[in-house]
Each structure stands twice: as C-alpha cells, then as structure tokens.
Write a protein that binds this ligand. Sequence first.
Ligand code: ADP
Ligand code: ASP
Ligand code: MG
Length: 475
Amino acid sequence: MSQLLEQLVVMKFGGTSVEDAVAINRTAGIVAGRRDKGLTPVVVVSAMSKVTDQLLAAAAAAARADRTGALAITARLRNRHLETAAALVADETMAELGAWIDAEFTSLDEVLRGLAAVGELTLRISDMIVSVGERLSSKIIAHAFAFRGLDAVHVDSRTCIITDNQHGKAIPLDAQIEARLKEHVLPHALAGRICVMGGFIGSTEAGVTTTLGRGGSDFTGALVGGGIDAGAIEIWTDVNGIMTTDPRICPNALRVKTISFEEAAELAYFGAKVLHPATILPAVKKNIPVLVLNSRNPENEGTRIISLAPHCESPFKSIAVKRRLTIIDVVASRMLMSHGYLKAIFEVFDKHKCPVDMVSTSEVSVSLTVDSNEKLPEIAADLSALADVKYEGQKALICMVGENIRGQNGIAARVFQAVRHVNVRMISQGASEINMSFMVEESEAEEAIRSLHNEFFANPDPEIFDIEALKESVR
Ligand code: ADP
Ligand code: ASP
Ligand code: MG
C-alpha cells in the first residue's frame, strides 16, 4: 500500500496550461508521460485562462443590472468551452458533453438574470457563479483524456474539498477532506485510474459551493496531495519554475533549482504569483516534495521545494513584490506606546476583518500596511477616535527572501545602495530572518526590483540557480 501511495503524484495545471485545445492536449501528453513512468497521476486543473476573471465580470455586470452585458460574456464563454470540447473529443461522448456544457450555461444564465433583477451580489452567489470555470474545465479535460486513451475519471471537487462557509476565501477542513478523498479519489487511483478534479472550488458540509480564494487551485493541489499522502505534488505553470523574480519584470530572471518550504511560503505570501500562499502547508505537514514545472517546456527540471534548502552562496533566492497596498499612519500627540494602545489599534482592523501586512512604530506614530480595499474609509474613521489618521494608496512591498540572510553582514547596505534612487518607506526584517522587505511607490517598484536583481544575481551560485540560461543570453 505504502509503495502505491509513493507512486501517487498530484499534478496541478494552471489556467494557461489548459487555455485551449492545444494546451489541453499538451497537458494530456505530460500526464501520459508520468503514467508511462509507472506513476499514478491525480490531476487538478484550473479554469481555462481568464475564465475566472470573465465570470466575475459577468457577475459584476449583472449586479449593476446590466443583464445584456452579463449574458454577452457568458455567450462568449459558452462558445469557447463548446469549441474547445469539440476540438478535443471527436467521438460519440461529445454529444453528451456538449449537452452538459449547454445545460451548465443555461443555469448560469438563469442565476445572472435573477441577480440582475435583485441587484445584490453576495459572496455565496459569487462563489456559485465563479465555480463554473473549474467545473467546466475539469469535466472537459477528463473527457479529453479519455478520448486520448487515458483511463480518466472526473471527480467533482465539491464532494471532497470540504470547507467552512467563508465564501470567497473558505477555509478547508482537513479531516473531512482526508476522509472524502479516501472515499472518492483513492479507490480510483489505487486501481490505476487518473482522477481529474477542478481546483479552487469546494463545498460546505451542507453542500453549498465555496471557493478557496484567487489562485486557489494550487491550494487544492496541495490539499489533495496531503490528503492522499502522495509521493509528490507538481504545480505545472507557464514558467520554468520559481524564478529569481517575476520574469515579466526582469526577463533575465533565473530559475531557482531548489528552495525550502519556508522560503517558498514567504515568497508566495509576499506576492510571487507562481504559488498560492497557502499551498505549502499541507505538503509541509507530510513532508511531501513540491515541484514547480513548465507545461510549455516539460523537460525542464523546474524548482524543487523541500524541507531544508541546501547551502547557497547568495544571500537571497528570489525577490517578490506585492502591489496595491495602502500605508496607514496613526499619529498621536501623546505617548502612543502606553499600555493597551496597540491593542486598541489592532482591534479596529480585527473588527473590519482586515489583515495587516507590516507594522512599524515610533514614539508617536504607528504605520501599518494593508491591501487597498473599500473598507479603508470606515477603518480610518474608527481609528480617528484614537489618534490622527492618514492613509495613502498605490504602494508596493518589495520582499527579498533567502535563508542565507541570517548571519551575513552588510546585506542591508547593499540592498539600500542598490535602491538609493527610490524613496523607501517602512523597512522590516521578519523574525524568521529569511526576508527583508520595504515599501516603495508602486510606480517605482519594477525599477527597484531590476536594480536589486542586478546587484544580487550578477554572480549566481550554480548549485542553486540555473545559470545555463545566463550563458545562452551572453552567447
Ligand atoms: P497559473 O495559471 O499556472 O496558476 P499564474 O499566472 O498564477 O499561473 O503564475 C505564474 C506566473 O507567476 C508567471 O507567469 C510569472 O509571471 C508570475 N511570477 C511572479 N513571481 C514569480 C517568480 N518568482 N517566479 C516565477 N514566476 C513568477
Ligand atoms: N481559476 C482560479 C483563479 O483564476 C483559481 C486558479 O486558477 O488557481 O483565481
Ligand atoms: Mg496560479
């Protein structure tokens, strides 16, 4: 049994890896490759690329009574899904699949019409609408795999990923998930069948559809991997792995070959979109290796996330950026740090369920950063009962992550020398001592990252970073 579990590999494919029939066929090829190696894949897929955004746009249009606008979006989505399915499944099962897709869109349109009439979009309804993306993609992909001769079976994730009822960002219930996976997934997998499940979606114990938050399919991948004790979790995306920074910002970013769970979690939390922040935990708990791989370049080794990273000569592994932040300054004329003062400030954030990213204090002021959000005026009003309050948006947090910051001298000096032309606000080094972060104007963030990248990745440690790409660009 334990050997069979070792052979289980959870393969999560993101939106770009299933964006159209060509990408889905490529995905089928990658899955078949794993099966041919004697592994048993359990596949978790995102919605086809941009579908989640479009479903949210349709919901928003309906909520402002723009029924025509909402239905125009779903008409385009219906065609895209029907065309993709028809390009992938060329046997008699297509009639049944096509009818199912049509029926899904017909009931989605009904919900949107109702929403346009009522005009109130709750998170519960939003989850119901947005879940359609993964429900469709997973079903189509299961059919496509079967058509290509893979022994594939579709499993509705809502039967397994049980969550609380915090719609929009529901919390998974580990014990229930494990039990459900044992019932609905393991028996198929142990019989050698390839389960295909939608990421991102779940349901409450009462059967109401929920979602795990944007980018949540990675999280599903890790929950499934943790729940079935898989031998590995693979996150297939559109870049070669975790890179030294977002390659869209720095085209000469390098692939990081190995990184620790802790470093990867820190990067994800601070905005490296390549992994959902909650992804690592279920894998850490069971010490399951996580790999980040490129579905457009499947031969590449990708990034291996393991519990203890090997020694690295460079202080940092990667630079992340979190955008759309607001700094809130709370300034009192009298002694701020008096007993209970910080508690009173944090109670305001707690009341509005607004997480705080970073805090810095001086004798009379406390500065905090939060994701820019529509509750800020109310939060500021509540805080103004305690002191003077100012808030300023369009800030970005740059976060440099690496286990080797510990104990190295002169790193901060190099960081701030590299960004000397940028106005730096709020500097922090987390207690974990594996990140160093600071706030800048959002408009200056990319330039600052490029300067930092030049400073810290000019002579990369070849044990940790893929320097082949660097050699090629020099050639
Ligand atoms: P998926 O649809 O596969 O989930 P995402 O778009 O969520 O893919 O994440 C992949 C993207 O993350 C990449 O295309 C890249 O632009 C971005 N990204 C941000 N930071 C990093 C980083 N440090 N390493 C690699 N990719 C990153
Ligand atoms: N489709 C969801 C999103 O776009 C979840 C995911 O792709 O991870 O946020
Ligand atoms: Mg993602």
